[in-house]
Design a protein around this ligand. Structure first.
Ligand code: ASP
Length: 206
């Protein structure tokens, strides 16, 4: 699915579009894909069975928008973009982010698919929780783009760690941790155990 995401972003770049529009278009692909169980619709829930989403976006001027602990809105990245473009803030959380999304025309929908629900129910039988840093069990999408005007942008969107505690937010919506763009230096984004990225302000550091 993430190859298709690259293609969607490339369409924008090829038409001399802006990097910020490319990354938004790109990461919307896995957000809508029920088979991607780490992002958007179809994402694995927290341990209470709620799919809670985090995302952020950043442009070449250092402008940024972000949402965290957002429920029932598929295209989290586009809500983050609205925060960036249309508010004086960077980060909206939870109920406030949801209400902001609704007031901007986003639809509320159930994001827990039967597949993710069945896996969660199975997990509940043992309810073992020992997340560890690894290279296998994560698939947040972070995307970076460079456009014809030599401008960089990035986007990062996720349903976070599966079966996390309710209210847990990882690195993905935090500017500097899950994503950072500096048009002179470069850009970085991350996936994996968000707690590690948060403690190191990983994307900024890289
Ligand atoms: N980085 C994400 C988080 O900690 C998870 C992931 O990449 O799978 O929320």
């Amino acid at each position: 699915h993430n190859q298709i995401a690259n293609e969607a972003a490339w369409e924008v770049i090829r038409e001399q579009g802006k990097a910020i529009d490319a990354v938004e278009a790109g990461v919307k692909i896995p957000e809508a894909d029920p088979n991607d169980q780490s992002v958007g619709y179809g994402g694995r829930p927290d341990r209470d069975g709620n799919v809670t989403l985090d995302a952020c976006i950043m442009d070449e001027t250092g402008n940024a928008g972000s949402v965290c602990f957002l429920k029932n809105i598929k295209h989290t990245i586009s809500v983050a973009r609205k925060v960036m473009d249309e508010t004086p803030h960077v980060l909206l959380a939870g109920q406030g982010a949801w209400e902001f999304a609704l007031s901007n025309g986003f639809q509320t929908e159930n994001l827990l698919t039967e597949k993710s629900k069945a896996e969660w129910k199975k997990w509940l039988e043992e309810a073992e929780y020992k997340p560890k840093i690894n290279i296998e069990l994560h698939d947040t999408i972070g995307m970076l783009a460079l456009d014809d005007s030599q401008n960089r942008a990035g986007a990062c969107t996720t349903s976070g760690l599966a079966y996390k505690l309710a209210g847990r937010v990882g690195d993905s919506p935090i500017i500097g941790a899950g994503l950072f763009v500096d048009n002179e230096v470069g850009a970085a984004t991350s996936t994996g155990m968000g707690e590690a990225g948060l403690k190191s302000v990983g994307s900024f550091l890289v």
